[in-house]
Design a protein around this ligand. Structure first.
Ligand SMILES: CC(C)(COP(=O)(O)OP(=O)(O)OC[C@H]1O[C@@H](n2cnc3c(N)ncnc32)[C@H](O)[C@@H]1OP(=O)(O)O)[C@@H](O)C(=O)NCCC(=O)NCCS
Length: 165
């Protein structure tokens, strides 16, 4: 049974992104609830991702990012920041944590199926050109009721610069 009690977006004051703890791991149920509340298409049968990073304001989960595999590609799965915390750099902190981990794993490219492409473009991603990867990443959106209504998904990618030292 899912537990919902560790996520809330009913906050009186908002802690800045820099003050929050961003850590690897976190309660998957809370992450699921946060992603769902943020409007992401999350399936009730969603399985735990490869990697989850979460941001915490005290005991409240304020944001989440996951890394997963899709069609053999390493992808950003969910990225979501609870509404009161948006626009303060938390999404960027989370994405950078995921990118760091991808780099540590020796990945050269990180992919995403972006429902908010503007965020990813601001973060240095580029639109994927037509091809096998783009088709594979958008395949799951084909029958989604949100497609073209609340979501205009784009496949995006970022080349991760190699680690030095
Ligand atoms: C997308 C989301 C994760 C961004 O989180 P956030 O904490 O508000 O983002 P940040 O404050 O770190 O923004 C970083 C940059 O991205 C830009 N940005 C953020 N959201 C954006 C959007 N929807 N469209 C265009 N640019 C966006 C910001 O302007 C900022 O740019 P700057 O550095 O030039 O000022 C958050 O809005 C969210 O959870 N949305 C609902 C769920 C969702 O759509 N997830 C994305 C799935 S692809």
């Amino acid at each position: 049974m899912r537990r919902w009690n560790r996520y809330t977006d009913e906050m009186d004051g908002v802690t800045s992104a820099d003050e929050m703890e961003v850590r690897r791991g976190g309660d998957f149920s809370a992450a699921f609830a946060l992603a769902e509340a943020a409007g992401l298409e999350v399936s009730a049968d969603a399985t735990e991702p490869l990697v989850l990073w979460s941001a915490w304001d005290g005991e409240h989960m304020a944001g989440v990012v996951t890394l997963d595999e899709d069609a053999g590609l390493l992808v950003v799965g969910w990225i979501a920041v609870a509404e009161p915390y948006r626009g303060r750099g938390l999404g960027e902190r989370l994405l950078r944590a995921a990118e760091h981990e991808a780099r540590e794993r020796g990945e050269g490219t990180l992919w995403a199926t972006a429902r908010a492409p503007g965020f990813f473009l601001a973060m240095g991603y580029e639109l994927a050109t037509a091809g096998e990867e783009q088709e594979a990443l958008l395949a799951g959106c084909r029958d989604c009721p949100q497609r073209g209504v609340t979501c205009r998904p784009q496949a995006v990618r970022k080349e991760l610069e190699a680690r030095t030292g």
